[in-house]
Write a protein that binds this ligand. Structure first.
Ligand code: NAD
Length: 437
């Protein structure tokens, strides 16, 4: 099948590449000329494990091409996937300007029937608005499918190739069959396609992200109470995660969720509730707890130094909002580093993949290091924000030698108190004060 994918970001690039790998001819469109030039030259503009190899393979086979010319992609494709960003507007609602710009451009370029598939996360009811908007601009017939994406950065290829489910929100049974055909290569072990109406498909995406965010905020809230009442949140996590009704996933306390999805989708859901005059009380609390959690962690570090913050140096490991990505959008590390800088603290930071993306946000206000141990030199403590695998079993002797004082503030609970106590390293983490006793 001939498919156009608009938006060569984390979703569009992965979806387009995987669809090409499934045997389709995919034209990937982005308005960012730099991204398209990089892709044409065999480079990958984002870090996503395994992606580069599949892009190269499919580009070489002629199934994956790149362009800034959206109209050309529309002319040459039956199905147009939209995967552009839906960032938060100032009031927290989803900013749909890019979605509408693309829908308009598709409508204007149509020379016959097309299927428009929405992969971006859009508020409930957007399907109606887009349909009306396009129908007013083109005389040609089209179908609209809401097909929200559930991939996780860092495991995106596997998630797309072996999805837990694919949701198809469509009214026309003929189009559902075409969508099933497109996803057939990824359904070989068993069919995991759920067909529903477009509004329910749109809502399913927000509901999934809000529930996952709820689990995280719930555990983060528990961690604070554990600290105060002398319980160990790690024990509590095991205690409840072993209950089959609860399950072990997404129960890790830390510095709070970040990234380009949870924070904005939680806020967009709150905004949808406000518009519908139906306050989303749980979701609002999830957001508030998340904001408090990152602030609480940074304040803990600042409190430790009291009046002596100015002139301190902190080493930071982990800038990306989670491991296995270079994405620093809404990353707790960035907010906390800003709080440190505001207090006159200098920051020497390392991340295995997110140095460039961090530089784009923080400029030269902090020093960035390719080597995590080099970032420790002359620092008063190490602060950890991201659970990269390589931070899990570091060389503690080297950490102790290179830091001015052997102190670690761990926003991901990567280590055991007993191990660090043996090494003579002072260790502060989340919700585990009891474990140090
Ligand atoms: P992104 O910012 O990484 O990529 C969006 C791309 O769209 C950019 O390359 C941008 O240049 C391009 N673009 C914007 N306007 C355009 C236009 N008019 N024409 C052509 N290209 C245009 O965004 P993303 O992280 O891939 O997210 C895209 C959507 O998917 C969002 O709605 C997001 O909520 C959703 N989503 C993201 C993830 C994730 O993990 N990142 C997962 C599931 C769903």
């Amino acid at each position: 099948m001939r498919i156009g994918v608009v938006g060569a970001g984390y979703v569009g690039l992965v979806a387009g590449t995987c669809l090409a790998d499934g045997g389709n001819h995919v034209m990937l469109v982005d308005k960012d000329e730099r991204k398209i030039r990089m892709l044409e030259e065999g480079e990958v503009p984002i870090y996503e494990p395994g992606l580069a190899e599949i892009i190269q393979r499919n580009a070489k086979a002629g199934r994956l091409t790149f362009t800034t010319d959206l109209a050309q992609a529309v002319r040459e494709s039956l199905v147009m996937f939209i995967g552009v960003g839906t960032p938060p507007a100032a009031d927290g609602s989803a900013d749909l300007s890019a979605i509408f710009a693309v829908a308009e451009a598709i409508a204007d370029a149509m020379d016959g029937y097309r299927i428009v598939v929405m992969k971006s996360t859009v508020p409930v009811g957007t399907h109606r608005a887009i349909r009306e908007h396009m129908a007013a601009r083109t005389p040609h017939p089209f179908d609209y499918v809401s097909n929200p994406e559930f991939l996780k950065e860092g495991a995106a290829i596997d998630d797309f190739m072996r999805p837990d489910r694919v949701i198809i929100g469509a009214d026309n049974p003929a189009v559902v069959e075409i969508m099933k055909e497109i996803y057939a290569p990824f359904m070989r072990t068993r069919e995991r396609i759920l067909v529903m109406d477009p509004a329910s498909a749109e809502m399913s995406k927000y509901a999934a992200n809000a529930l996952l965010a709820t689990k995280i905020s719930f555990m983060n809230e528990m961690s604070g109470l554990c600290d105060r009442l002398g319980a160990d949140v790690e024990m509590v996590r095991r205690g409840i995660g072993s209950d089959a009704r609860i399950g072990p996933a997404f129960l890790f306390p830390g510095v709070g969720y970040g990234g380009s999805c949870f924070p904005k989708d939680v806020q967009a859901l709150m905004s949808m509730g406000q518009d519908a005059e139906y306050p989303m009380s749980i979701t609002e609390a999830v957001h508030a707890v998340n904001q408090r959690q990152r602030r609480r962690f940074a304040e803990g570090v600042l409190r430790y130094y009291g009046d002596g913050c100015r002139g301190r140096v902190l080493a930071v490991w982990g800038l990306a909002f989670k491991a296995r990505t270079d994405d620093v959008r809404e990353a707790p590390a960035i907010d906390c580093i800003r709080m440190f800088l505001d207090q006159g603290i200098r920051v020497r930071a390392h991340d295995p993949e997110a140095l460039e993306t961090t530089r784009a946000v923080l400029g030269d206000t902090i020093e960035l290091f390719e080597d995590g141990y080099a970032a420790l030199d002359g620092a008063d403590a190490l602060v950890i924000f991201t659970d990269w695998q390589e931070f899990r079993t570091p060389d503690f002797t080297m950490i102790k030698e290179r830091l001015n004082q052997p102190v670690i503030f761990d926003g991901r609970n990567l280590y055991e108190h007993a191990t660090l106590a043996r090494m003579g390293i002072e260790y502060h983490c989340i919700g585990r004060r009891a474990a140090s006793k």
